[in-house]
Design a protein around this ligand. Structure first.
Ligand code: NAD
Ligand code: UFG
Length: 338
């Protein structure tokens, strides 16, 4: 069994569907701190397959150990963690405790049970205030906030773990900006509270939860003055995890991969594409830059293509159409069908 921590969340749930559809046996572990049980129900509905769900907190060492005692776990995909940059600045201890202690518990128990294949959700945030784009995996890494520090620290911890025991196979996946949703409109991003990221905020504007979008800065040195990012469809990202798992099944080592499309789009590019593809209006105001934002960040993904034969296939139009389809079908998110 492949254990998926954080499998009820946005990226984890799409990866769970991709794995089940590809015939893998999985188990999902989540404490539902930033997700709903409804996403587990929808994973089963979409795949017409059963998989065990463990409602467990990674901070609960004994409960986690029991899962490993009672199931034949072969590898782990580790998504579970807190992810809001702004919140991490106001709640650093909670972020360090949840993300670092949770990962330490997981790795200690994996070691005890001789499970040594791990795929970890890192982030493009580790490139900090990158000066050169596109970024490659060997560029310097740094953190600009506690959330980013947790990703950096976990990458270091996993590197040290591999040095201590070369029997491990570890993939560090640095995601760029995941958006989009399952093609059915049944599974998507269902953030708790007020989202900070651009696509969920566009979705809130088009379904009337927000009056207007705020564009944070039009004076960047980019093609239209707004921030440029590497948006990647969550379905492509899900496939990236299967590729990483294959890599870990094949080779021992610690491998770092950027997962993006390699193309940078601006805030205006995203707004205009969304409006055109979905035939909607997106009113906006222009405000000063958001502190901590870089002008431009996008990936060089050639290493993932060369070593894992993985490449993103879906474009910005698919991402916009699929994000909107989920919002239209689920205007109130997963609460709807309860
Ligand atoms: P998400 O919040 O939707 O999913 C994370 C899941 O982990 C949630 O279901 C949450 O309930 C669970 N969780 C958190 N702490 C837990 C704990 N202690 N024990 C058990 N479960 C716990 O987030 P996501 O967007 O799916 O992101 C998944 C991973 O990818 C995270 O590690 C995130 O930092 C990373 N990442 C996300 C993005 C992004 O923009 N979405 C970008 C880069 C990296
Ligand atoms: N933006 C706006 N208005 C908004 C929201 C965002 O103009 O309402 C702009 C930002 O200034 C930025 C771009 O849209 O130029 C993208 O912003 P996001 O918040 O969607 O994404 P970020 O690249 O800033 O950060 C995200 C995650 C981080 C992660 C990083 C890299 O929030 O956790 O991608 O993966 F580290």
């Amino acid at each position: 069994m492949i254990l998926i921590t954080g499998g009820a969340g946005f990226i984890g749930s799409h990866t769970a569907v991709a794995l089940l559809n590809a015939g893998y046996e999985i188990g999902i572990l989540d404490n539902l701190s930033n997700s709903k049980y409804e996403s587990i129900r929808r994973i089963k509905q979409l795949t017409e397959k059963e998989c065990p769900f463990f409602e467990i907190d990674l901070l609960d060492y004994l409960a986690l150990d029991r899962i490993f005692c009672e199931n034949k776990i072969d590898s782990v995909i580790h998504f579970a963690g807190f992810k809001a940059v702004g919140e991490s600045v106001s709640k650093p201890l909670e972020y360090y405790h949840n993300n670092i202690t949770g990962t330490l518990n997981l790795c200690r128990i994996m070691r005890e049970h001789n499970v040594k294949k791990l795929v970890f959700s890192s982030s493009a945030t580790v490139y900090g205030l990158a000066k050169v784009v596109p970024v490659t995996e060997d560029m310097p890494i740094s953190a600009t906030n506690p959330y980013g520090s947790t990703k950096l620290m976990i990458e270091n911890i996993l590197n040290d773990l591999f040095v201590s025991d070369n029997d491990w196979s570890i993939a560090l996946l640095r995601y760029f900006n995941p958006i989009g949703a399952h093609k059915s409109g049944i599974l998507g991003e269902n953030p708790n509270g007020i989202p900070n990221n651009l696509m969920p905020r566009i979705c809130n504007v088009v379904n009337g939860k927000m009056d207007k979008l705020t564009i944070w800065g039009t004076d960047y040195a980019t093609h239209d003055g707004t921030g440029v990012r590497d948006y990647i469809h969550v379905l492509d990202l899900a496939d990236g995890h299967i590729a990483a798992l294959n890599k870990c099944n094949k080779d021992k080592g610690i491998f770092t991969y950027n997962l993006g499309t390699g193309i940078g789009y601006s805030v205006f590019d995203l707004i205009n594409t969304f409006a055109r593809v979905n035939n909607v209006n997106i009113p906006y105001d222009v405000c000063p830059r958001r502190p901590g934002d870089v002008a431009s960040l996008y990936a060089d993904c050639s290493k993932a293509e060369k070593e894992m034969s993985w490449k993103a296939k879906l474009g910005l139009e698919d991402m916009c159409a699929d994000s909107y389809k989920f919002v239209k079908k689920n205007p109130k998110g997963y609460e709807d069908s309860k």
